[in-house]
Design a protein around this ligand. Structure first.
Ligand code: PGA
Length: 231
């Protein structure tokens, strides 16, 4: 399976979310080998799910951008995996923006993955090269077989300077070695767009992309999907 997962981060209003799906729908063509994910802010999980069903967007899934490391309970402001799971099939965890701005630890991220897997939500775990071993050590072998890894080099995120594809291939190889899982799905994120999608999708060890900025524009995002489908 290949993946194109758009991460909207803290962008778009309710009306803009609606408009995005209306623009995207006529441009999108489904392909059974490619899963498309749209990681919307929490308040739009319900509407995004409704829009996907109404517009018959096959193979398009709602993705959460984060999850609570705790189950139901007295954790003000936190959104649990069970609550997310009513609308989303996947969730991003451990994005460098969460690790840096919200001081999330490896342990917390491990707990988030545990919560997600209990609800049968697929975690997309973001990791970066300097901390690769420590970040992967937060998961046991059974968990690692259930997750998608996103290799997201810090310098490439939002900078317009995507990582060297050869280097991406080498890091993907290292992630496989360290994790001990040969068929681990690894996607790449960091300044990806329609112009460089082909280059990254051609890397054998890479199963897809996690675009941030490029996913905000439905035309560019659907172009990335079409390019990924033809690779
Ligand atoms: P970017 O973001 O595509 O805007 O660089 C990628 C990400 O942070 O997931």
């Amino acid at each position: 399976m290949k993946y194109i997962i758009g991460n909207w981060k803290s962008n778009k209003t309710f009306v803009e979310t609606y408009q995005w799906f209306d623009h995207f729908a006529p441009l999108y063509k489904t392909n059974p080998d490619l899963t498309v994910g749209i990681a919307v802010p929490y308040p739009y999980l319900f509407e995004a799910n409704k829009k996907i069903n109404e517009l018959n967007l096959d193979q398009v899934k709602v993705v959460a951008q984060d999850v609570s490391p705790y189950p139901f309970g007295a954790y003000t402001g936190a959104v649990t995996a069970a609550q997310i799971g009513e609308y989303a099939e996947l969730a991003i965890v451990g994005h460098s923006e969460r690790r840096n701005y919200f001081a999330e630890s490896h342990l917390e991220i491990g707990n988030k993955v545990t919560q997600l897997l209990e609800q049968k939500i697929t975690p997309i775990v973001c990791i970066d090269e300097p901390y690769l071993e420590k970040q992967l050590a937060a998961f046991d072998q059974d968990q690692i077989r259930e997750i998608i890894i996103a290799y997201e080099p810090l310098a490439a995120i939002g900078s317009g300077h995507p990582a060297d594809p050869k280097h991406v291939a080498q890091v993907a190889q290292r992630i496989r070695e360290v994790s001990g899982v040969d068929d681990l799905p690894i996607i790449y994120g960091g300044s990806t767009n329609a112009a460089n999608t082909k280059t990254y999708m051609e890397i054998e060890s890479i199963s897809g992309l996690l675009p941030g900025g490029s996913s905000l524009d439905p035309a560019e995002f659907s172009e990335m999907i079409s390019i990924a489908q033809s690779n």
